[in-house]
Design a protein around this ligand. Structure first.
Ligand SMILES: Nc1ncnc2c1ncn2[C@@H]1O[C@H](COP(=O)(O)OP(=O)(O)O)[C@@H](O)[C@H]1O
Ligand SMILES: Nc1ccn([C@H]2C[C@H](O)[C@@H](COP(=O)(O)OP(=O)(O)O)O2)c(=O)n1
Length: 334
C-alpha cells in the first residue's frame, strides 16, 4: 500500500527547483523495527548513486560503548545524569563510519528484463574497528532502545548523523557507475538515511520522507529468516574450520567440535514468537519515549510492505524521488 501524507504532487515543483539549485537530495526512511528500512535504504542509495547512513547503527555503536564501559544495563533504572554525560562524551569523541561495501549489492537481471535486487552489505567502523556484527548481538538489541531514549545521547547522535550525512553526500558513491549517474540515468547528489526520527527531527526538510511499515508477524518472520541464514553461515564456517584442522587433529575429535559448535548455536536460537516479543518491546519503547519518539511525519509517504516485494518497494521509492527531482518515472510497468 502506498499513500501520500502530504500532497506530493503539489510539493514536487518546489522540491525539484531546490534540488536543481543545491544538487543535494535527502531521503528519510523511518518505521518500526524490521520493517525493511535499512535494506530498502541501501538499495535505493545504491541505485540512485546516493550516500547511505543507517542511523540505527549509530545508536547501536553508542550502546556498545555503554556496555563496554558498564554505563548502562538492561535492568538498572534509567542512567543518572553523570552516567549519561559520560556516554555523551564517549559518543562525541568516537569516530563512527558507515560504508556500503564496494562491490556488494547488484541487480540480477532476469530474462524478462526486470531484476532481483541483491542488498549491498554495510560496514560499520567504530574508531577504526569493524563492529558490524557485534552491534547486532542480542545484548545490544535488549539495551539499544533504552540508550536511545536518553535525551543527551540523542543530541550527541544527532550531531553525528548530520556530520555523516554531509560527508556521505560529498563522497563518491559505490555504484558500479560511480557518483554522477545511476544505472537509470538519475544524477547522483544526495543521501538516504533510515531510522525512527529522520523525517521528524533529523531532516525535517528532507525532500522525500518515507514511513515503511509491515504487520508485526511479517516483520518477526523476516528477522527470523535473516537469523536463520546467518546461523547457517556460522555453522558452515565452523564446519570448514574443523575440516581444516583435520590434518592436525584426530578426525573424530574435529567432528565432535563441529557438532558442539552447532548445538551451542542452535540452543540460543530464538523462536519467531521470541523475536516478535522483542520487536514489540522495542517498538513500544521507541513510540513512547519522551525524546523524538517514532512518529509518521505529516508529509511522509506511508508504504505498508506486508504483501509487497522488495523490488516493488525500492522502485516505488526511486520513482517518487525521481518525480520530485523533476525526472520521469521509470518503473511504472512493475
Ligand atoms: N518487502 C519485503 N518483503 C520481504 N522481505 C523484506 C521486504 N523488505 C525487507 N525485507 C527483509 O526484511 C528483513 C528486515 O529488513 P531490514 O531492512 O533489516 O529492516 P529494518 O532496517 O527496518 O530493521 C531483511 O532480511 C530484508 O531483506
Ligand atoms: N533514528 C533512530 C534510529 C534508531 N533508533 C533506535 C531505536 C531502535 O530500537 C534502535 C536500533 O535501531 P535499528 O534501526 O538498528 O533497529 P532495527 O534494525 O530496526 O531492529 O535504535 C532511534 O531511536 N532513532
Amino acid at each position: 500500500m502506498l499513500c501520500s501524507g502530504g500532497g506530493i504532487f503539489r510539493r514536487a515543483p518546489t522540491i525539484a527547483a531546490r534540488w536543481l539549485q543545491t544538487r543535494s537530495f535527502t531521503i528519510a526512511i523511518d518505521g518500526p523495527a524490521a520493517s525493511g528500512k535499512s535494506s530498502t535504504a541501501r538499495a535505493v542509495a545504491q541505485q540512485l548513486g546516493f550516500g547511505y547512513i543507517d542511523s540505527g547503527s549509530i545508536y547501536r555503536c553508542a550502546t556498545l560503548l555503554a556496555l563496554r564501559k558498564n554505563i548502562y544495563s538492561v535492568d538498572a533504572p534509567p542512567g543518572d545524569d553523570e552516567q549519561s554525560q559520560e556516554l555523551v562524551d564517549l559518543i562525541s569523541r568516537a569516530n563512527i563510519d558507515i560504508n556500503i561495501k564496494p562491490g556488494s549489492g547488484w541487480l540480477a537481471q532476469s530474462a524478462a528484463g526486470t531484476g532481483r535486487l541483491v542488498v549491498p552489505d554495510v560496514q560499520v567502523l567504530l574508531d577504526g574497528e569493524d563492529v558490524s556484527r557485534e552491534i547486532r548481538a542480542p545484548e545490544i538489541n535488549r539495551l539499544v532502545a533504552k540508550v536511545a531514549s536518553d535525551g543527551g545521547v540523542r543530541d550527541a547522535v544527532l550531531h553525528t548523523q548530520r556530520y555523516l550525512a554531509h560527508a556521505a553526500e560529498t563522497r563518491p558513491a559505490s555504484t558500479p557507475e560511480g557518483r554522477g549517474a545511476d544505472s537509470s540515468g538519475t544524477p547522483g547528489g544526495g543521501v538516504v538515511m533510515d531510522g525512527r526520527d529522520i523525517g521528524t527531527t533529523v531532516f525535517p526538510k528532507a525532500e522525500l520522507k518515507i514511513y515503511l511499515d509491515a504487520s508485526a508477524m511479517a516483520r518477526a518472520i523476516r528477522r527470523w529468516d535473516e537469523m536463520n541464514s546467518h546461523m547457517k553461515e556460522t555453522q558452515a564456517a565452523a564446519a570448514a574450520a574443523a575440516a581444516a584442522q583435520k590434518n592436525t587433529t584426530d578426525g573424530d575429535s574435529a567432528k565432535k567440535d563441529t557438532d558442539q559448535s552447532s548445538s551451542r548455536t542452535s540452543l540460543s536460537y530464538p523462536s519467531v514468537e521470541d523475536i516478535a516479543r522483542e520487536l514489540e518491546q522495542r517498538d513500544y519503547a521507541d513510540i513512547n519515549r519522551k525524546h523524538s519518539p517514532l512518529r509518521i511525519a505529516s508529509d511522509a509517504v506511508v508504504i505498508d510492505n506486508t504483501n509487497m516485494t522488495f523490488e516493488h518497494q525500492v522502485y516505488s521509492i526511486i520513482d517518487l524521488a525521481r518525480e520530485r527531482m523533476g525526472l520521469p518515472r521509470r518503473y511504472d510497468e512493475l
